[in-house]
Design a protein around this ligand. Structure first.
Ligand SMILES: *[C@@H]1O[C@H](CO)[C@@H](O)[C@H](O)[C@H]1NC(C)=O
Ligand SMILES: *[C@@H]1O[C@H](CO)[C@@H](O)[C@H](O)[C@H]1NC(C)=O
Ligand SMILES: *[C@@H]1O[C@H](CO)[C@@H](O)[C@H](O)[C@H]1NC(C)=O
Length: 497
């Protein structure tokens, strides 16, 4: 028994020694990663279960891919915490495909075969060489196809085009042609880039001076055109809009409405006019009624229209008592872009009395209470459905009780962030529940509370950070019922989108 264990240990040691996975450190990272035309890097933590499950597959894939000249590497984020932080690693494992130091997320499977196949495909040219025989088929081979027309494949334009193609090889289809017959068939004079799409305009030529085109210009241009003028949004494509960060204008419709297409035709010209500045979508109002409500469209009445500033989380609904009108929608969007429009702020009614020691904050009172410079303020932003918030309640109540005597100097508050919007004057947005924010008396800044959610830690935090004197506090408050984890629930928990 002991003998075989020793043997196993030896065998493991041998495997570890023979590993084809490179270990990266702060000293070697740039030196080893930057020169590689293609490399897969795993950022991992030794305690992470998914990382452990991946490890043997990763080793095996590294051995197979070594033959093809593709390297696999890893970074231990416990030993090299700074390196991982510098690289913006937020979860484990994080897998990235690097090309000469530039990376994209690895989007393949996590089995050895899957890794080998994905990385092998990544090593093939991202750009197909197109001639007369393949042109007709190629330009309709995908939803979005980019084709570069050049006199020579070694042109500067070809290099920029290839760089974009390498970066977006998983997103769009790319081709290059030097064939004069293709120029003729397409009616194009090189150098040129054309985007073929299966929606909106089928053929779009790059409209800016092509001689100075960089891969970044090309990337921006394709990304804009990849978003249809007025597509239906749903769980599958929502991320495309969220990631673009651009304001999102929603047309809520009842899909069974006989006039649905009429409404779409009404909004489409406005959507086309603001293309590139504001993304327009239509959405099923029946299925996503809760989403409409969260965007401050109180009535389940379709069609309805609302513009949302995704970065600031501000909402600009179209008056639901008015009929949908293209000119009014245009005016709303223009007013927003010019910064002339006030966002709609949802708020519960101001409570007639504050019955408990924790202050019940609503949107309408936010400025008055939180920006009262004579007080230290500690606010919990919660959602009624959030389990972590429910578990925090007893502790938060005890905290209120503890400082009930010094209410004039320290306000312990809570706000239902699903029923109350933050005013635009607030420099942060809520990204998960619960969110705990502390503001010192006299200060404009909000301090995040990220500590553990025990009464003891919350009290220590307050005592260390409050500007006002907190003497006369209530020491008789009972201890909290249980200790808490630091977990937070995502914002969209109950939103289908
Ligand atoms: C761009 O890619 C094409 C197709 O793979 C290749 O033939 C061409 O040499 C590349 N050009 C440059 C400048 O990298
Ligand atoms: C007080 O606030 C600072 C942030 O400004 C934080 O680093 C510190 O940990 C806080 N004190 C306690 C006891 O948590
Ligand atoms: C002190 O805390 C206890 C327990 O929560 C509470 O019953 C009592 O009313 C508080 N005292 C004051 C003066 O607020």
């Amino acid at each position: 028994m002991r003998f075989s264990k020793a043997l196993t240990a030896l065998a493991f040691a041998a495997v570890a020694l023979a590993s084809d996975v490179l270990d990266l450190t702060p000293d070697s990272f740039d030196e080893l990663v930057n020169p590689e035309p293609l490399m897969l890097v795993e950022f991992f933590a030794p305690w992470c279960g998914h990382c452990k499950a991946l490890a043997p597959h990763y080793e095996e894939a590294a051995t197979v891919l070594k033959e093809k000249g593709i390297k696999l590497a890893k970074v231990n984020c416990v030993d090299e915490a700074d390196l991982c932080q510098k690289n913006g690693v937020q979860g484990y494992p994080t897998l990235r495909v690097y090309r000469n130091g530039e990376h994209v997320q690895y989007a393949g499977p996590r089995t050895s075969e899957g890794i080998v196949s994905y990385m092998t495909k990544q090593s093939l040219p991202a750009v197909g060489s197109i001639d007369k025989t393949t042109f007709d088929e190629f330009k309709v081979a995908d939803k979005i196809v980019a084709l570069a027309f050049v006199d020579s494949a070694s042109d500067a334009l070809a290099a920029e085009f290839n760089a974009t193609a390498n970066k977006h090889r998983d997103d769009y289809l790319f081709g290059i042609t030097t064939d004069k017959e293709v120029f003729e068939a397409a009616g194009v004079k090189p150098p040129a880039v054309i985007l073929y799409r299966k929606f909106d305009e089928a053929v779009t030529e790059y409209p800016y001076p092509i001689s100075s085109l960089t891969s970044a210009d090309l990337e921006g241009w394709i990304k804009d055109l990849a978003v249809p003028v007025l597509d239906q949004v749903n769980a599958e494509n929502y991320q495309v809009y969220a990631q673009s960060g651009k304001p999102l204008a929603y047309l809520f419709l009842d899909p069974s409405d006989a006039k649905k297409d009429e409404y779409l035709e009404l909004v489409k010209p406005v959507a086309a006019k603001y293309k590139g500045k504001v993304n327009f979508v239509w959405i099923d109002g029946i299925q996503f009624g809760d989403h409409a409500k969260s965007l401050n469209l109180p009535e389940a009445k379709w069609p309805s229209f609302v513009l949302q500033d995704l970065t600031k989380q501000l909402k600009y609904p179209y008056d639901q008592s008015k009929a949908l009108d293209a000119e009014d929608i245009d005016a709303l969007v223009e007013g927003y872009l010019e910064g002339k429009l006030e966002p709609s702020l949802k708020s519960q009614a101001v409570p007639e009395e504050q019955a408990e020691s924790v202050f019940e904050l609503v949107g309408k009172q936010f400025d008055e209470v939180v920006f009262d410079d004579s007080k230290d303020v500690f606010v919990e932003f919660y959602a009624p459905w959030c389990g972590h918030c429910k578990r925090l309640k007893a502790t938060w109540d005890s905290l209120g009780d503890r400082y009930a005597d010094v209410k004039d100097r320290l306000v312990i508050a809570k706000m239902d962030a699903t029923e109350n919007d933050l005013p635009p004057s607030v420099p942060f947005r809520i990204a998960g529940f619960p969110t705990l924010k502390f503001k010192k008396a006299g200060s404009k800044e909000f301090i995040d509370y990220d500590g553990d959610r025990t009464l003891e830690s919350l009290v220590t935090f307050i005592e260390e950070n409050a500007s006002n004197s907190l003497e006369k506090r209530n020491e008789t408050a009972p201890p909290p019922p249980e200790s808490e984890s630091e977990a937070q629930e995502p914002l969209g928990h109950h939103d289908e989108l």
